[in-house]
Design a protein around this ligand. Structure first.
Ligand SMILES: [Zn+2]
Length: 330
């Protein structure tokens, strides 16, 4: 399988001077908008620290805040609390077990949301209700359709960019130039289950992302975000276009849900697939996310940690708890 060419599908300009809260004015009655909260713990490159000028804060599930040159990107916003439930498909719900490290109404200004797919553990009903409608969102065509057609309370989002696999958007935000390219990702293995899933529409299509930050160096700093995917053959095309990745955020958890006609279906990577992905992408640093926030996440982080140690890769993986921050040099 060879990697398709990357197609530039959009050019965006973001207003980094926009200091409004990311939520709607009517949702901001108790808002305390401010800078990113002080991290619980501060981590840096395990073997080559120094010169840090960008940060990644782990909020919970797959929600992170990426900050660089005054620009703030939020991934997969999920701000439910422990005990809340999400709906993940016909008759399938999951219970949140953790709290986000920041409440939704205390978020700092956000300039872009990167949404891997339209699923409630990545874009919950609270978020869908409260985010202001002109907040720029880059996502899958499927999610873009839902967000822009006003199916939710008749309030469509108005600044949504859809990227299909291998489509890219070049984005300029004052001093920050970067490119987002949609990477392949699949919740369901190719074949019979994929056909079943298409027919019943249980699991939405999903993207991974390659985020390339263009700093002073000729080579961009590359962040690969896996999205909710299994270790499918399509992922093997990623290193063909991106032989070097600086930082990988891998969605683990081995999310396991009941599926029609068979008892259980795993729809995100477990520890074993996660370590396979580390070997495939071979990033300079890996940070696991999406690993313990819901009762359907059946693969504990400890299993992944053990495999990392067995593979002799302890110096290449950074572990963040919710609220921790990783600082790095672009
Ligand atoms: Zn998920």
């Amino acid at each position: 399988m060879s990697a398709p060419n990357i197609k530039l599908a959009a050019n965006l300009t973001l207003d980094v001077a926009d200091a409004r809260p990311p939520t709607k004015p009517e949702a901001n009655a108790q808002a305390q908008v401010g800078p990113v909260p002080i991290p619980h713990e501060h981590k840096v490159h395990p073997t080559n620290p120094g010169g840090e000028n960008a940060t990644l804060t782990f909020v919970g599930t797959a929600t992170t805040l990426l900050e660089w040159r005054g620009l703030r990107i939020m991934t997969d916003p999920n701000f439910l609390h422990a005990g809340d439930h999400v709906h993940l498909g016909p008759g399938v719900t999951a219970k949140r077990l953790t709290n986000p490290s920041i409440p939704l109404n205390q978020l700092p200004p956000i300039h872009l949301v990167l949404l891997s797919h339209y699923h409630e553990d990545h874009f919950d009903k609270l978020v869908e209700d409260r985010l202001r409608r002109d907040l720029p969102i880059v996502t899958t065509p499927h999610a873009a359709h839902h967000l822009t057609t006003a199916q939710y309370k008749g309030e469509p989002f108005t600044a949504v960019t859809a990227l299909d696999t291998w489509e890219a958007a070049d984005i300029i935000a004052r001093d920050a130039k970067f490119r987002v390219t949609a990477m392949p990702g699949k919740h369901v293995q190719t074949g019979m289950m994929e056909m079943v899933n298409k027919a019943i529409g249980a699991l939405p299509p999903t993207n991974g992302w390659m985020v390339e930050l263009f700093g002073a160096e000729r080579k961009p700093y590359r962040i690969y975000i896996s999205g909710d995917t299994l270790m499918v053959d399509e992922l093997k095309t990623i290193p063909q276009n991106f032989p070097h990745v600086d930082l990988m955020l891998v969605h683990l958890g081995g999310t396991t849900i009941p599926a029609p006609n068979i008892p259980l279906l795993m729809v995100t990577m477990d520890a074993e697939q996660g370590i396979q992905l580390v070997h495939l992408i071979n990033p300079d640093v890996t940070i696991p996310i999406h690993y313990d926030d819901y009762d359907v996440f059946k693969s504990p982080l400890k299993d992944f940690q053990d495999l990392v140690t067995q593979a002799g890769l302890d110096q290449k993986v950074v572990y963040l708890n919710r609220g921790d921050q990783y600082s790095f040099k672009v």
